[in-house]
Design a protein. Sequence first.
Length: 271
Amino acid sequence: MTQWPARLVLVGAGKMGGAMARGWLDAGLAASSLTILEPNPSSEIASLAANRGIPLNPPIGAPPEMLVLAVKPQSVDQVAPQITELAGEGTLLVSIIAGKTIANLLARLPHVRAVVRAMPNLPAAIGRGVTAAFANAAVDGEQRRWCERLLGAVGAFFWLDDENAIDAVTAISGSGPAYVFALTEALAAAAERLGLPAELSMTLARGTVEGAAELMRRESATPPATLRRNVTSPGGTTAAALAILEEAQGLEDLMFRAAAAARARAAEMAG
């Protein structure tokens, strides 16, 4: 049983597609096995293809063992007719397109049988992504192992038992990095309003978020709630700040409403 598909075509090499391609190559995928289709390649992708001998936008050939769709949701209708010849009955289709269901993809690529719908996130670009995926009944054991190898090459990987769970994954880990970046922005803005210089404010905010994330990673056996309590002295400064964050509906409810809005939007994009 091979750990890699003999031939893999990546359709869409933006930030996420490009990050995955680099991760696959770093993990041992032969450059000769990879083909990239990207009408507007960045200089980084063009350089990667040229330096590693990866075909970039060659003529459409025979269907590969695996076809990975990494295009934007609004581009699906335009892209699907262009790749129909690549989506054969023996091809494993892996989609990382937010909101597009397996049924939606099968309607656009009618020759395909085996489909995996996956949701990675931006830290895949540094090998620290989190990806969850759902496979339809036509995906066989070897194809599952290909996915585990390829999607696990850019971070942690998990299988889902229900396709509907993908929208919740999108709302949490898919969109989650943006929430962390927004928190960093807000923390820096608060520092400025307290009178600190702008550059120092951002340095403190970024350093705090980065350090806390690294501490949580190293203390993976310790629940975040315990880590929070460890830095919160009763009646102290941190307790005073957390009390404000829990006023009214509270931070937990605010995060739930934000994630629920993201999940609802993902469901709306399914059409």
